[in-house]
Design a protein around this ligand. Structure first.
Ligand code: BES
Ligand code: ZN
Length: 854
């Protein structure tokens, strides 16, 4: 055992310190003798010193391993155990390293390395989990072929690549593609498969399987179809074909993340693959389709071409998120996907970029890499690629990607390699564009306009507030998609991408008969905050007339924010013109139901808090809550006479199909039901609850009732019906907290932590409860401080069980400096309490210190 003393100054890793490993790893052979508390791992690894190595220190990572023996070329050697691994004197020629270690999978509650979930053996090696399996150069730029032998009595024993032999008590696997250790996987247990197949464009038959625990077979069909669609899409759009004869997916109940792209053996959190109409909502189906695609797409963007080091994480994650978003847009609705992504970006990434945890998409230092799987690396990383595509155009984008795959297949790459293919494919200089990868913070773009003699001028001024470690920022390249509308609503200038490169810059449009109405930042062409003086009537005009669907929604969203901000700051009543505009839109059957549902969904309370903060106000969570309540109640009353008819008209009849069309209609119908429930005492929702034959409608009815405090009987019935289904029970836990009134939120959450089905060991269940607490804005930030206290207590308790999930959930406190001094003091007390916990993990220590030091 060599766990670092956690509260001592932890080691920081720097991008600038990168040095290649001094040895080639020619091949890796692993033998596992499975046993819950004492699994033996034998490794046989052929190393060859690199002739040109600057450093030939032979250091292998290793954590929580008991070393039994080590040999070089068959002769026992003595290795020196050092912090985080071992060192050994080795020959200056090719040699075979063999080690035997013992590990304790059943004790591994961190869910990293080899662990157990419901009696099943399972691995998670990204980012640095392989070092908990055996001694190895556990870094992504060390790639090798793996041969694996599993010995044990499990009915199913899987690893990467292709099966090469099996018998009573053993199975062997070989993966012909060199890979870094973080893509290694092993699964063994009592599993059943849902089979499928896919023929690639060059005619190769690939066997597909989704492996699940007995009883879950009925929840695999949707995931299998999503996998086939993903395989086809990647061939059609990127020309990328699958490269093994077998592709396995395994569902596991205890998993820190959503899913993992291990070569040929993807491992999924069961919540991200198991689906059935009775147990999954439309949102679940959409997420499952996207995540299956995401992990599959990693086979090329991540596995065939991987990252040189973990600072380059967005090379694979940003690109793969970008690709999965393209896929979802193609499978479903492009504007709806874009709107959903921008809502998520503003909810998750903007607060990160504007707070103590801000970091660039390619960070330059970290203590614990698991803390950098962030909205910035993922979502902003994907936005940066979207901007690049917009700047070079579609044809050049695919030209550059072809060059990327051709040039770098089999390599471990950097952001420099990535940008170079774009430069070489297009002849463009991307040195200024590269600032997006190194500068943190969300740029603000101030827009002003002028119109004289038929010429319209738009002036843009960009600036980025300071972020930790980066007081000054240089101007970036910002693609600004702009269109112009005439006052009668016609588009007089189609979308054009203006390229901002300077701190202040103007663009002119000639030959305009009258002053146009600008539609700026169409499709949300850059992840920036636009600041522009405008009127609500202009926003209403764009909501009605803009040809860009994203900006039509954005106009409605901006209008909604203005109304709500005014309600909070001045106590004004909801703007009547806005309510009229909403009413018109809701009744307009010409419009896409999914779009209407989005416009009818008001900005979240934390979004209003974020907006107030951006404008220099201190958000008062209770006032924001009250304004939201008043607004929704007023909207319901405004629509009173038409709600029953609208509800009936938008109800989807017939058997449930989880497609985008049906989902859009159900989303609108659910919005209407929640408004109706405020007026009819819950009659309609109770009827819907009683008759629903799918989770989307059952859940929508339950949520509407619980929000109106009329759902006690249904909540009880829901529990009785679903208590044996873990994933549905996660919904039940979360919903009670999400629907609780501010003053009751912490108490409700606390009570649920006492429930027999609550568990610290299952990340989904912990997140269902604590995530819902942090997500209930007014409840979490209630003046009593009870929400802060409860979260902190539970994070402290979780830290010794599962540091990774603890550290991620600490981010709930990242917006603390936005609030008033009393709340800040309360949060500071909790953060300091966490930091003072003895034996605190490196993960949590890093997150809390960053939040406190800003
Ligand atoms: N490679 C990650 C999974 C991962 C993340 C492993 C962090 C270890 C540490 C995987 O490809 C991923 O990104 N999963 C996302 C979902 C995806 C749709 C963005 C996840 O798990 O949330
Ligand atoms: Zn990923």
């Amino acid at each position: 055992m060599n766990d670092a003393a956690p509260n001592a100054a932890p080691q920081t890793f720097y991008l600038k310190d990168y040095k290649p490993f001094g040895y080639e790893v020619e091949s890796v052979k692993l033998t596992f003798q499975l046993s819950p508390n004492a699994t033996k791992v034998h490794s046989a690894i052929r190393f060859t010193p690199k002739a040109d190595a600057e450093d030939n220190r032979f250091f292998l990572h290793g954590e929580q391993l008991s070393l039994i023996s080590a040999k070089i070329d068959g002769t026992p050697v003595t290795a020196r155990l050092v912090d985080g691994g071992l060192e050994c004197d080795v020959p200056r020629r090719s040699f075979l390293w063999e080690a035997e270690v013992e590990i304790d999978p059943a004790a591994d509650t961190a869910l990293e390395g080899l662990y157990m979930s419901n009696g099943m053996y399972c691995t998670q090696c990204e980012a640095e989990g392989f070092r908990k399996i055996t001694y190895y150069p556990d870094r992504p730029d060390v790639m090798s072929t793996f041969t694996v032998r599993i010995e044990g009595n499990e009915p199913v024993m899987l690893s990467n690549g292709n099966p090469t032999g099996a018998g009573e008590g053993w199975a062997e696997w070989h993966d012909p593609w060199p890979k870094p250790a973080y893509l290694f996987a092993l699964v063994a247990g009592d599993l059943v498969n849902h089979p499928g197949s896919f023929t690639t464009k060059s005619g190769k038959d690939v066997e597909l399987n989704i492996w699940v625990r007995p009883g879950d077979e009925g929840k695999c069909a949707f995931g299998m179809e999503a996998l086939k669609k993903s395989m086809k899409w990647d061939e059609d759009v990127y020309g990328l074909e699958y490269d093994l004869d077998l592709f396995n997916i395994v569902a596991v109940d205890d998993f820190n993340m959503g899913a993992m792209e291990n070569k040929g053996l993807n491992i999924f959190n069961s919540s991200c693959v198991l689906a059935s109409p009775e147990t999954s909502t439309d949102a679940n189906f959409e997420r499952i389709e996207a995540i299956i695609a995401h992990e599959y797409f990693h086979n090329w963007t991540g596995n065939r071409i991987t990252c040189r080091d973990w600072f380059q994480l967005c090379l694979k994650e940003g690109l793969t998120v970008f690709r999965d978003a393209q896929f979802t847009a193609d499978m479903r609705s492009e504007p709806v996907k874009r709107i959903e992504d921008v809502i998520a970006l503003r909810a998750r990434q903007f607060p990160e970029d504007g707070g103590p945890l801000a970091h660039p998409p390619r960070p330059e230092e970290f203590q614990e890499i698991n803390n950098f799987y962030t909205a910035t690396v993922y979502e902003k990383g994907a936005e940066v690629i979207g901007m690049l595509k917009r700047l070079v155009g579609d044809d050049n984008y695919y030209k550059a990607l072809n060059l990327y795959f051709e040039r770098h297949d089999g390599q471990a790459c950097t952001i420099e390699d990535w940008l170079k293919v774009f430069e070489d494919a297009t002849g463009r200089d991307l040195s200024q564009f590269k600032l997006w990868y190194s500068q943190a913070g969300t740029p603000r773009v101030k827009v002003s306009e002028e119109y004289a003699d038929g010429t319209y001028t738009l002036t843009f001024e960009q600036s980025t507030p300071p972020t930790p470690g980066q007081p000054e920022k240089a101007p970036r390249v910002i693609p600004m998609a702009v269109g112009l509308l005439s006052p009668n609503g016609d588009e007089v200038r189609a979308t054009e991408v203006l390229e901002l490169t300077e701190a202040k810059q103007s663009f002119t449009f000639d030959g305009l008969a009258s002053k146009p109405v600008p539609s700026i930042l169409r499709e949300f062409s850059a992840p920036v905050i636009l600041e522009r003086e405008t009127t609500n009537s202009e926003r209403a005009f764009l909501l009605a007339h803009d040809t860009d669907p994203f900006n039509r929604w954005e106009a409605g969203n901006a209008l909604a924010k203005e109304v709500r901000v005014a309600m909070v700051l001045d106590g004004t009543a909801p703007d009547a013109a806005y309510l009229d505009a909403l009413e018109k839109l809701v009744r307009d059957d010409e419009q896409d139901p999914a779009f209407r549902a989005l416009v009818l969904s008001p900005p979240s309370q934390s979004d209003i808090a974020q907006t107030l903060h951006e404008r220099g106000h201190t958000p008062d969570p209770q006032k924001i809550y009250d304004a939201a309540e008043t607004f929704t109640q007023t909207l319901a009353q405004q629509l009173e006479t038409s709600l029953p008819r609208l509800y009936a008209a938008t109800t989807v009849e017939g058997p449930y199909v989880p497609d985008a069309d049906g989902a859009g209609k159900r989303a609108l119908n659910s919005r209407i039901l929640s408004l109706l429930t405020r007026l009819d005492g819950g009659e309609q929702a109770a009827r819907q609850y009683a008759s629903a034959d799918n989770m989307t409608q059952q859940y929508a009815a339950l949520a509407a009732l619980m929000k109106a405090e009329k759902g006690e009987a249904q909540s009880q019935a829901f529990f009785e019906q679903w208590q044996d289904d873990r994933l549905v029970m996660d919904k039940w836990f979360a919903l009670q907290i999400a629907c609780a009134a501010p003053e009751a939120t912490a108490a409700t959450a606390k009570e649920l932590t006492q429930h027999p089905l609550f568990s610290m060991k299952n990340p989904n269940r912990f997140r269902a409860v604590m995530g819902a607490l942090a997500g209930n804005h007014a409840g979490f930030h209630h003046a009593s401080g009870a929400g802060y206290q409860l979260l902190a207590e539970n994070l402290i308790a979780l830290d010794s069980v599962n540091p990774q999930t603890t550290a991620r959930m600490c981010a709930a406190f990242q917006t603390w400096k936005r609030y008033d001094s009393k709340r800040q003091a309360q949060i500071q007390t909790e953060l300091e309490r966490i930091l003072a916990t003895s034996g605190l993990s490196r993960d949590t220590h890093e997150m809390v210190s960053r939040m406190l030091s800003a």
